[in-house]
Design a binder for this molecule. Sequence first.
Ligand code: CP
Length: 304
Amino acid sequence: MSLLTIEGLPAAEISRLLDLADGFVEVLDRPVPKVPALQGRTIGMLFYEVSTRTRMSFERAAKALSADTMTFSPSGSSVSKGESLKDTALTVGSMGPDLFVVRHASTGAPWRVAEWTGLPVINAGDGAHQHPTQALLDCLTVRQHFGKVDGLQVAIVGDIRHSRVARSTAQAMATMGASVRFIAPRTLLPFDVEGWPVETTCDFDGAIEDLDVVYMLRIQQERGGGDVFPSIGEYVNRFGLTRRRADRLPEHTMVLHPGPMNRGVEIDPAVADGPRSLVTKQVANGVAVRMAVLLDQLSGSEKS
Ligand code: CP
């Protein structure tokens, strides 16, 4: 079994994983935040793209479950001598991991690693496609704060076209019963957005007064997101969560961001650090969610 995409995961299954993660929030709060659930198991981490939150929280999660980790990153590896993803996966796979966590710039890479190695794979982000554990930690954070996801008005704002987070989190939140709206310049909306369970608008100011959750995204310069609007100043003016806009949000509205944040572009520093911000809570919940997913993937399976 693998966790490659959030698409098609039923609400009951998402709720079950969130319940499991809630239990691990309690474990992580103990004086000794560790359980022996995955003692003797090894997690192979293939991170072909940079990461701070996802990589470190998977490592923290694995260790809190008493598992060992083997972490690969291309710099300093034999990728510089021309070794392919397939050969790297088979090589690391021969060293005895029970599961792979894979991040890669190419859509579909985690599926290929699962096929080649026959091991369970957790997708830690593939191109602009999917990031299922991010979607789960976002749902957990919202559910903890509001007591539910169902019925909430959620806006995802910014560079949606290039965002695996938007694809995953919108799907998960819609499955859990939220009304999801994408707010972005037309040039930063996905080409196939009509098929998604979301509404779309370019008018952030017009939407702002009836939102429960505002989920801000950075402009993904590395995927061309900065090339499709006239200037950063104009973007901030229309799509940034400035202090002026944040002041117009209803009192109960909360702000999320998957990180890394570009302060002063999509989000004002005072908003990022302010009382509405759930950003650090998202990061903390990432550990509990990844514990839940690792345990779910490996419990019941024999040691390989
Ligand atoms: N949210 C997220 O995936 O962050 P990293 O790229 O730092 O892992």
